[in-house]
Write a protein that binds this ligand. Structure first.
Ligand code: HEC
Ligand code: HEC
Length: 211
């Protein structure tokens, strides 16, 4: 028997969905979409992802593969779109971000819905804890407004959950965002991250990883 499960996803349909349009955050159109996702089917597709993200979706503490377990589904769908449209550099994952290789748009929604049900790691890779108060200050001032008080993110606004993510991955992404390798970064976020030194990025990643 197939278990059906409805996930309501308020997603900003990006121009990236049409391969003809150039990608820019200003091209976002607000639209609400309701998907019906089949979690059982998603579970069957997931082994395609597990070779890198592991069976439990916990990735690796060395930051090579992120935790995806429990991430917000709309956030993941947007990231998949961004990776596919080369708005986010991720050569390792290119072949797996294409709905064709997953089995179509519906299969992509199914596997994302399954991943969203997986529990995140209780102990992700953490920083050395030496700069927590500095990190908290930066987080509260520059990040909390979007990523939330407990770094829980927000599905409807497409703010990723950062809580439970590996420190090494967070730090690498922060440097990539600051240095322009992650072109899909939110422009307001970019303005906050741009002025931060390596040490400050380290402090904030350290703080988040201890949430
Ligand atoms: C060959 C390895 C590999 C496979 C297979 C793979 N991924 Fe990934 N994935 C990665 C890497 C590496 C990253 C992080 C890229 C970076 O550092 O920017 C990533 C990032 C992601 C992200 C963004 C996470 C975030 O926090 O922004 C999502 C969502 C994702 N993968 C989903 C999937 C799904 C769903 C599948 C299976 C259909 C899959 N991946 C298969 C390597 C892989
Ligand atoms: C204006 C809202 C906003 C602010 C402020 C903001 N972010 Fe973000 N952040 C986002 C959005 C939206 C994304 C997803 C961007 C994208 O599409 O890749 C994101 C992505 C990220 C990612 C990548 C997560 C992943 O799973 O790959 C990290 C790490 C991050 N933010 C950390 C921070 C930190 C640290 C700060 C403060 C210094 C900050 N952000 C401030 C909105 C914001």
């Amino acid at each position: 028997m197939i278990k059906q499960h409805t996930i309501k996803i308020f997603i900003l349909i990006l121009s990236t969905i049409s391969p003809l349009c150039a990608v820019s955050n200003s091209a976002e159109i607000n639209q609400s979409v309701e998907y019906t996702a089949n979690i059982e089917n998603g579970k069957k597709i997931y082994p395609l992802c597990a070779s890198c993200h592991l069976d439990n979706g916990w990735g690796k503490p060395d930051g090579s593969f992120p935790v995806i377990a429990g991430q917000h589904p709309a956030v993941m769908l947007k990231q998949m779109d961004d990776i596919r449209s080369r708005n986010r550099e991720n050569p390792t994952m290119y072949p797996f971000a294409d709905p064709q290789s997953i089995g179509g748009e519906q299969a992509t929604r199914d596997v994302i819905a399954y991943i969203a049900t997986l529990p995140p790691p209780s102990k992700p890779g953490t920083g050395d804890g030496s700069q927590l108060s500095q990190g908290r200050k930066i987080y509260q001032q520059d990040c909390q407004q979007c990523h939330g008080q407990n770094a829980e993110g927000n599905n409807d606004s497409l703010y990723p959950k950062l809580k439970g993510q590996h420190y090494a991955y967070l730090l690498r992404q922060l440097k990539w965002i600051r240095d322009g390798y992650r072109r899909n970064a939110n422009p307001v976020m970019l303005s906050k991250i741009k002025p931060l030194t390596n040490r400050q990025l380290d402090a904030v990643a350290d703080y988040i990883s201890h949430q």
